[in-house]
Ligand binder design. Structure first.
Ligand SMILES: *Cc1c(COP(=O)(O)O)cnc(C)c1O
Length: 360
């Protein structure tokens, strides 16, 4: 068997230990004589699996008791509509910070239902930084403030939270959840599609402060109300049962690795290894200002499209796959999520050094 180093932005690598355990439990999970895929979601066997997944997520993220954890479908993209429908209800207005493709999509969806104020944007420099945010920029009567905590395509991340007063912050954490310690109590709501750093595509995790749930706009479809899912333990209808099970295995793996703080240290080490080389290289350059660089997604360019294409082709042949950059940035992007081992990043940097020497 040969496995490649997969630098895909998502769906992306999963820990080998998790895949092997899923393989072992494929035909008979926990002595049930069934695959998790075959279980009724109403069975006590499956209830134990989803309960354990939630309990482990609560433990590793230290989620306070006054927050609900929901396992939903529709991807992070469905949250773009659910957020204004459910939280834009008091003054029907919200503040959005634009830091890339995903925050633009979130804002465009909100505009269909409520008044939206764009607080700041980093569009002027191709989203290569996080804008400075000052309390005076936010509307005191906004129902919420939306930010994209890690920008998967442009490779930026927040390193501190803006002061928004009493206005709750809602954060898209799709590409950084579980990668570094965050204080959940500072957020009104956190959401993340699983397929980047948490599990397979098909489930979206929502962590929401209880007092914000329940006041949706009248037009909100039943399936798009947080209250529907909160009141039914994510079982109003059939949840994405197998995807939730794999996420549960990933949470157990994180705990075994020493928790999120321990994973964060490894992630910082991996990112430093890559960025240090990019800063020293005469051929490759990181596209993001140093202070706002993502720990998870590192875009880089040579400045020469032909050379970029040559690098992508040769790296692929050498077992480093999915390094081609997003079409809106060009060049390359290495997504180095939790499951990417330190050796994978080290091997990539060695390969880049060799490529640089051979193509001077
Ligand atoms: C991938 C991604 C999305 C879209 O997720 P889907 O689950 O495909 O809807 C949204 N936001 C961010 C930050 C992402 O990285």
């Amino acid at each position: 068997m040969s496995r490649v180093y997969n630098f895909s932005a998502g769906p992306s690598m999963l820990p080998v230990e998790v895949l092997e355990r899923a393989q072992k439990e494929m035909l008979d999970c926990n002595g049930s004589g069934q695959s998790v895929m075959e279980m009724s979601h109403r069975s006590k066997e499956y209830q134990a699996i989803i309960d354990k997944a939630e309990a482990n997520l609560r433990k590793i993220m230290e989620i306070p008791d006054n927050y609900k954890v929901l396992f939903l479908q529709g991807g992070a993209s469905t949250q773009f509509a659910m957020i204004p429908l459910n939280f834009g209800t008091k003054n029907k207005k919200a503040d959005y910070v634009t830091t890339g493709v995903w925050s633009k999509k979130a804002m465009a969806e909100a505009k269909k239902y409520i008044e939206v104020n764009e607080v700041a944007s980093s569009a002027d420099k191709t989203f290569s930084y996080i804008p400075e945010l000052d309390k005076s920029m936010f509307s005191p009567d906004a129902d919420y403030v939306h930010i994209t905590y890690n920008n998967t395509i442009y490779g930026t991340r927040y390193t501190s939270l803006p002061d928004t007063g009493d206005v709750p912050i809602i954060a898209d954490m799709s590409s950084m959840i579980l990668s570094e310690v965050v204080d959940v109590s500072k957020f009104g709501m956190i959401y993340a599609g699983a397929q980047k750093n948490m599990g397979p595509a098909g489930v979206t995790v929502v962590i929401v402060r209880e007092d914000l749930i329940g006041d949706a706009l009248d037009i909100t479809p039943t399936m798009l109300k947080y209250s529907t899912h909160a009141e039914n333990g994510s079982m109003f209808n059939t949840p994405p049962t197998y995807a939730i099970y794999i996420c549960g295995l990933v949470y157990e793996w994180i705990e075994k690795m020493g928790g999120i703080a321990a994973i964060q240290k490894i992630n910082e080490e991996k990112a430093a290894m890559l960025y240090d080389y990019l800063d020293a290289s005469d051929m490759f350059n990181a596209t993001v200002v140093a202070k706002d660089r993502s720990l998870m997604n590192a875009p880089f360019v040579t400045g020469n499209e032909e050379l970029d294409a040559k690098f992508v082709a040769e790296s692929k042949a050498a077992g480093f796959v999915n390094l081609k950059g997003h079409r809106s940035v060009g060049g390359m992007r290495a997504s180095i999520y939790n499951a990417m081992p330190v050796e994978g990043v080290k091997a990539l940097v060695d390969f880049m050094k060799k490529f640089e020497a051979e193509n001077k």
